[in-house]
Design a protein. Structure first.
Length: 135
C-alpha cells in the first residue's frame, strides 16, 4: 500500500491525507531524517495520536512500527553492499549503538542482522515488512 501512496498523483489522494502520505514517502526515502514519531507527525501536520489514527484508518500499523520498517529496509540495503559495517550503519540511522538496531531488525524480521545480510533478498524483505505494517 505504501508503494501505491508513492506512485499515486497528488490530485487523486483526498486533500486531508496528502500531508500524511508525503510524510510517509519522505520517511521511506530518508529514514535517518526522522528520529522520533513526533517529528514524523509534525511533517504530516498532525499530532502523534492523530497520525496513528490516520494510519489505522489507512490500514497500516502505528507510526512507530512504520518507522522501524523504514529503518530495517535501509539497513538491509546498506548491509548488502560490501564494506558497510553494522556499527557505522546504526550510527547513521541515529542509534547510539548496535544493540538497539539489532533488536529492531530481529523484531521486524525474526532474523539477526547477519542473517538478514546473507539470507534475504529485497523481495523477501519487502514481504516480511509488509506483513508487519499492513493490517
Amino acid at each position: 500500500r505504501l508503494y501505491v501512496f508513492q506512485r499515486t498523483p497528488a490530485w487523486v489522494i483526498p486533500r486531508d491525507t496528502r500531508f500524511e502520505t508525503q510524510a510517509v514517502a519522505r520517511l521511506y526515502r530518508a529514514p535517518q531524517a526522522f528520529r522520533t514519531v513526533h517529528q514524523l507527525a509534525t511533517v504530516a501536520g498532525r499530532r502523534r495520536g492523530q497520525l496513528d489514527r490516520w494510519m489505522l484508518r489507512a490500514g497500516l500499523a502505528p507510526a512507530k512500527v512504520v518507522m522501524l520498517a523504514a529503518r530495517v529496509a535501509w539497513t538491509h540495503h546498506y548491509l548488502r553492499a560490501p564494506g558497510n559495517r553494522f556499527k557505522t550503519l546504526a550510527l547513521r540511522l541515529g542509534y547510539p549503538d548496535t544493540v538497539g538496531l539489532g533488536r529492531h531488525v530481529k523484531w521486524m524480521t525474526g532474523m539477526t542482522p547477519t542473517q538478514l545480510r546473507h539470507g534475504v533478498d529485497a523481495d523477501e524483505l519487502l514481504e516480511l515488512l509488509l506483513r508487519r505494517i499492513v493490517r
